[in-house]
Structures are given as C-alpha cells and as structure tokens.
Design a binder for this molecule. Structure first.
Ligand code: SER
Length: 316
C-alpha cells in the first residue's frame, strides 16, 4: 500500500482511519473522499475530494488522478437506517461496492471493504459463530453484506482483484459518531453516562453482541492490508472481534468509574429485532491464524479509555 483512496472518509471508521493511514503512509498518499465536506482532520490534513460512490465514473477519475494502488471503500448505510430505507440502502451499499470493485479491476488495485456481524442471521449458530457457516440474514443491511462478501469472492476468483475484508463487530469510538447502527447504544451509553449520569438503552438487557474498540479496528485494517496475500484463505471477509457483552455488563463496567450511573431501558423493537438476529459472539480464530490479528482492548480497558477521552472532549 503506497497510495490509498478512502470513500466514506468522514464516517465513524473513516474519520480515524484517515488520520492513522496519513501518519503511516504520508499525508499526501491518503486521499479522503466523502459525499460531504466538514472542517475535520480528514478534510484539512491532506487531499480531500467530494465523491458520491454511486457515481462510478467519478470514482475511476479520482483513482486515476491520484494514481492510487488501493481503495478502502467505507461509504455505506448502517443497519438501523437501512431497515427504514431498504431500497436506498441497496442502491448505496451495493452500487458503491460494485463501483469500487470495477475500478479496482480496471486499474489493478487492492480493495478493502468492511463486512459485518450483520452478515449473519437467525439460523446462524449464535455462539462462537464459525468463519464459514450459514449466512441468511434478515435485515437489508445483512443482505447487502452477504451479497458484498460474495462479490468480493467473485472479483477475486474471476478477475484476480486483491479483495480483503473483515466482518466488523460493533465499533466503539469517541471521535466520530456511528451513523444509525444497531450497536450504537454501546457508544451512546458512554456519552450519556458522563453528560447525564444515566442512559436509556434501546437494546434490551441480555442481548449479547460482539464489539471492538476503534484502535483495534484500525489496526486490523492495516494488518490485513499488509498481510501476505498467499496466506489469505478468505477473500470474502474474516470474522474479527474483541469482546462480547450485553447492556448490563457495559453498565456495570461504567459504574466502576461512575458509581451512581443509572441504566434504564426503552427498547426499540426495530433495532432489537436486528440485534436478536445477530450472533452473541463470533469465532475470530481464522484471522488469528492467517494474518495474526488479536485485539488489545477488552471491556475494562476500553471503558477506562472511553470515559477519560469523552470527559476531556465534553469539557472543552
Ligand atoms: N455496527 C453496525 C450496525 O450496527 C454493524 O455492522 O449497523
């Protein structure tokens, strides 16, 4: 990886990935793109271009203009919003990915795009979900992710595109907010704990989902992209995870720092149904075996860091 084009650069992952990649590969070698512009580091610290990912011609032009060797395609609609606007989700999530695959094919680029725990469904084994297993998701987001995984396999096998992907669990960070996902409660809870001393969770107690702290997620992307291609047996996506908890467990962990923290529930049936259809915990051993990934943050370490960083952010 020498020159990278990132789509969805102002989203939850992109905002931090751009900064990390610019530190590693040089500011001018990471071209951030998004459908909107703001005053964040991703826009101000290096090349930035407006790009709507459903416009394949513009994506191709930008990839040529900057002579990139890699695309990191992050632009997508998350699960809860996708469920409200399924057709728009299909058009954006699939249209964007197909364009990224086509540009990669035409220019011989390496491609990273995230899959998700959302690629599993109610008939998938719920605990220690294997790398290769039943994938019959019931959400539009999940349908997009499975189709995306199959497309990555297809472009790798048929055209030799160097496709690489992970099934991200819920990602937790204090920098940019997630955009309408089912796992967002695990980000909101920290802000609410600090700002109000209580949180009303839209996901019910007893609902376990995989999660990961953003520094681990970013490290996973870099490690996977730098991994020896000969070792990568899965070109659709690798299971990765750092922890699995339910709202009560994260609430208890927060209480160790904020003893009066109160956790209540106002369950949102839509997002609860999506969460219920996802695994409780996935098995990340294939990622460990093939490219050596192990997450560093557990719930305790992440909670300490999140509360410290958000407290600082909220004060200024
Ligand atoms: N965090 C995502 C969501 O909840 C899962 O990929 O939609």
């Amino acid at each position: 990886m020498k020159k990278i084009l990132i789509t969805g650069a102002l989203g939850q992952i992109g905002s931090e990935l751009v900064t990390k990649l610019r530190a590693l590969y040089g500011n001018n070698n990471v071209i951030a793109t998004d459908i909107r512009r703001n005053e964040s580091a991703a826009v101000l610290s290096g090349p930035f271009e407006i790009l709507d990912v459903v416009d394949g011609d513009s994506m191709l032009k930008l990839a040529k203009k900057y002579e990139v060797d890699t695309i990191m395609h992050l632009a997508a609609m998350l699960s809860a919003v996708a469920e409200k606007k399924p057709l728009a989700a299909w058009n954006l999530n699939m249209g964007g990915l197909v364009n990224a695959l086509e540009v990669s094919k035409e220019l011989g680029l390496k491609l990273f795009t995230p899959s998700s725990i959302g690629a599993f469904g109610p008939s998938t084994p719920k605990d220690q979900t294997p790398q290769v297993t039943i994938q019959r998701p019931t959400s539009m987001y999940g349908v997009n992710k499975v189709a995306g995984e199959l497309l990555c396999d297809y472009y790798f096998n048929k055209f030799g595109v160097d496709t690489r992907s992970v099934r991200f669990p819920g990602l937790i960070s204090y920098v940019a907010p997630p955009g309408g996902g089912t796992t967002d409660y695990a980000v909101e809870i920290y802000y609410s704990a600090i700002e109000k001393g209580y949180y009303s969770s839209f996901i019910d107690k007893g609902t376990y989902m995989d999660m990961m702290y953003m520094p681990d997620a970013l490290e996973a992307v870099v490690q996977l992209m730098e991994a020896d291609p000969a070792k990568l047996k899965n070109r659709n996506a690798y299971n990765i995870t750092a922890m699995s908890f339910d709202p009560e467990e994260i609430g208890n962990e927060i209480r160790k720092h904020i003893p009066k923290f109160k956790l209540e529930y106002t369950v949102d049936p839509g997002r609860q149904a999506i969460a219920d259809s996802w695994p409780n915990s996935i098995d990340p051993s294939a990622a460990q075996r093939d490219w050596g990934f192990t997450a560093k943050y557990d719930l305790k370490k992440m909670t300490t860091d999140m509360l410290e960083k958000i407290s600082r952010k909220v004060q200024v």
